[in-house]
Write a protein that binds this ligand. Structure first.
Ligand code: NAP
Length: 309
């Protein structure tokens, strides 16, 4: 027996990789009667129509959200304030608004002021993604077996939280509730710092002498290759993540600097036991990741789902 429809009209405001994947999953699961989409560029709007992943596509956020009972913000974190202001005149008085942004405190700060008192805001972050962007990069099972963290501010209507949680569960995700500040701290180490390191390592390689750079690319299978994939992630999205999760990222970077100094010292003074014991500890972490089913796929022919924001 098919499951009941969850929403009447869903508006996806920012229909790129994550927004379009959600639109596809909603369509596949018949979770809404109608899907409306907003995208900024004519090119993306054309692709959304061609792909048939929304019933209508709009160039104005207020038109896209008109009469919607669920609005999903899918734009880079730094664009939320402008988009929230632009869509506000079109919002229904009892709408539920959610988002998929990689940083949560900043989204709450930037979007809440534009929502009326009868509206519900349930910020969310699906821990799933790839290094690709835009509506053509999306796919319906992106969220399958991935976590989706919801960070409703205290006092948020329980029924609205449950409606958004049900949506993500129907997309195949495991839903967790978390305080926004805690989310930003956890993601700073699990996602934001690794992306920063990947960008740095690839940039360091790019700055090498011509001949050394060619060798790096030729022998990239020695570990560098995985960094290049992560460092190919969308520059605007990641610029916004670092600017909007500044404190937590700087704190993790400080810890990282201390730990790498320890490794540097151990290498300089030939402290093999210390190096080995740290590497043993990290093997344990990897085992834990595998046991929790979060190791991702490493098949180069498949879209990689582990590079989340
Ligand atoms: P994306 O593929 O680049 O899509 C972004 C969407 O937002 C597009 O529709 C784009 O329109 C629109 N947009 C971009 N800048 C805008 C602006 N300044 N004003 C209005 N619209 C704008 O990005 P994404 O990967 O789906 O990421 C969307 C959100 O999901 C981000 O907040 C990100 O932090 C979060 N997230 C990403 C991942 C990941 O791995 N990619 C994972 C989890 C969460 P055009 O196409 O017309 O430019």
């Amino acid at each position: 027996m098919s499951e009941p429809q969850l929403f009447d009209r869903v508006a996806i405001v920012g229909c790129g990789l994550i927004g379009s994947s959600l639109a596809r999953a909603i369509q596949r699961g018949a979770m809404a009667r109608e899907i409306r989409a907003y995208a900024r560029s004519a090119e993306s709007r054309g692709q959304i129509i061609e792909l048939g992943i929304a019933d209508s596509v709009h160039e104005n956020p207020a038109d896209a959200v008109e009469g919607a009972d669920l609005v999903v913000l899918g734009v880079p974190v730094g664009a939320n304030e402008t988009i929230a202001r632009a869509m506000a005149p079109g919002l229904a008085p009892d709408v539920t608004v959610t988002d998929v942004g990689s940083v949560k405190q900043a989204v709450i700060r930037d979007v809440s002021p534009y929502l009326g008192s009868g509206m519900h805001f349930v910020p969310g972050h699906p821990i799933a993604g790839t290094e690709h962007s835009g509506p053509e990069a999306g796919f319906a099972d992106l969220f399958e077996n991935r976590y989706c963290i919801l960070t409703p501010p205290p006092g948020t209507d329980d029924a609205a939280v449950e409606r958004v949680a049900a949506l993500w569960r129907r997309c195949g995700a495991r839903v967790e509730l978390m305080d926004a500040r805690h989310h930003d701290k956890v993601l700073a180490i699990t996602s934001h710092l690794p992306h920063l390191l990947a960008y740095t390592i690839v940039d360091t390689a790019a700055n090498l002498e011509e001949s050394e750079r060619a060798e790096v690319i030729r022998y990239s299978a020695g570990g560098f290759r995985d960094f290049t994939r992560i460092a190919a992630s969308d520059p605007v999205m990641w610029r916004d993540v670092f600017l909007n999760n500044r404190d937590a990222v700087l704190e993790m970077l400080q810890r990282f600097n201390e730990d790498i100094s320890q490794l540097q010292r151990a290498i300089r003074w030939g402290e093999g036991d210390l190096l080995q014991s740290i590497f043993h500890k990290t093997c344990e972490i990897r085992r834990g990741v595998i046991e929790m089913g979060q190791a991702g796929t490493f098949d180069a022919r498949e879209p990689t789902k582990q590079d989340d924001g």
